[in-house]
Design a protein around this ligand. Structure first.
Ligand code: AKG
Ligand code: FE2
Length: 349
């Protein structure tokens, strides 16, 4: 991990955050915006084909883009302000759920991790312990006890109903909760990533940063018949993602997985994967995926986008260029100034 003077690691964003991957909901399209002229040149014909045919519709698209760029420019400051306000004003219903305890974890996960930590552990041996490979390189295993999932959702509902300020989980999901703002990072998500997930990802994904994860972005997304029903096909701003189904009761809402983002969609076959409450699906962040609509109930998922600065410092997955670093808050988008010697591989710990 990169350490700056004083021992604290410092994480950065890539400057593409305010120009690339702007999602246009109505047209299910990610766009890049640098100037209006370039935007018209690059997207006007495509948008027309997708149904954006009048001047007014085009103006609305531009308006949404300006709003989103503005939101992203102010995000670090606003998010820090929200976190401070939450700390000052919000009284948790279940304070203990903020602190990871072994008793919250499924027995199977503890066994899997114990195996991964042993000196004789192999990838093949681990695959035999996992419940299934649900899609290519997408692995399923139990993560939490049911009672913990219920308490966590109760806590998050209590927060939703409070007057504390709330952000949105990412640029595609409208409903959910950013766990760092609520204070889950240091005492829950970081220990879960370091002590339990890292030993597993080290064996499963050595070729895409699984052995050197050093930061994350964690949030809970919710789907509801009156809110978001589904999620478009995308890849995550992560090297490895854990997606745990917390509940509640829902019908449909399966995930579907395609190939890595570099493979053209026309050459991709998707595999549908159902979610099971308390279980997690672990996948490479840059493997394309989406969520089919739910047809009943409420679907709550904990999503942990795990990042490996050593991987992403070489190439920003969101703009496909060498990252151009800008300051951010907390783990930011997981980039560091740390220079990795060319042949240095990630530690197998
Ligand atoms: O809701 C899900 O199961 C997937 C969410 C997801 O892919 C994401 O937030 O990146
Ligand atoms: Fe995702």
């Amino acid at each position: 991990m990169a350490a700056e003077e004083g021992g604290e690691p410092r994480f950065y964003m890539c400057s593409c955050f305010t120009s690339d991957n702007i999602f246009l909901d109505e047209y299910k399209l990610h766009v890049r915006f640098v100037s209006e002229q370039l935007f018209r040149q690059d997207y006007q014909a495509l948008l027309t084909r997708l149904g954006c045919t009048t001047d007014q519709q085009f103006e609305e698209v531009l308006h949404k883009i300006y709003q989103e760029v503005d939101r992203r420019r102010r995000l670090a400051v606003i998010s820090a302000e929200r976190a401070a306000a939450i700390k000052r004003t919000y009284r948790p219903l279940h304070p203990h759920v903020y602190h990871l305890q072994e008793s919250y974890l499924a027995l199977e996960l503890k066994q899997i991790v114990e195996y991964c930590r042993s000196s004789s552990a192999t990838r093949k041996g681990l695959l035999e312990l996992l419940e299934e490979e649900a899609a290519p390189k997408v692995y399923r295993f139990p993560v939490f006890q049911k009672s913990f999932c219920e308490e966590l959702m109760e806590e998050l509902e209590h927060f939703e109903q409070s007057s504390a300020p709330k952000g949105r989980p990412n640029t595609m999901n409208h409903y959910g909760i950013l766990l760092n703002e609520l204070g889950f990072d240091e005492t829950f998500i970081t220990p879960l990533r370091e002590h339990y997930l890292h030993p597993v990802t080290t064996l499963l994904y050595p070729d895409c940063g699984g052995g050197c994860l050093d930061s994350h972005k964690a949030f809970v997304v919710t789907y509801d018949m009156n809110k978001d029903l589904d999620l478009s096909y995308h890849y995550d701003n992560a090297e490895v993602t854990l997606n745990v189904s917390l509940g509640k009761e829902f019908t449909d809402g399966n995930l579907y997985f395609g190939d890595m983002r570099q493979v053209p969609v026309s050459e991709t076959e998707c595999t549908e994967v159902e979610h099971r409450v308390t279980e997690g699906l672990l996948h490479r962040g840059q493997q394309m995926h989406g969520v089919l609509p739910i047809s009943f109930g409420q679907r709550w998922n904990l999503i942990i986008w795990m990042r490996a600065s050593r991987e992403r410092n070489k190439l920003c997955p969101m703009c496909n260029r060498r990252p151009s670093l800008v300051e951010g808050d907390g783990f930011a988008d997981g980039f560091t100034k740390h220079e990795t010697p060319p042949n240095m591989s990630c530690a197998l710990t």
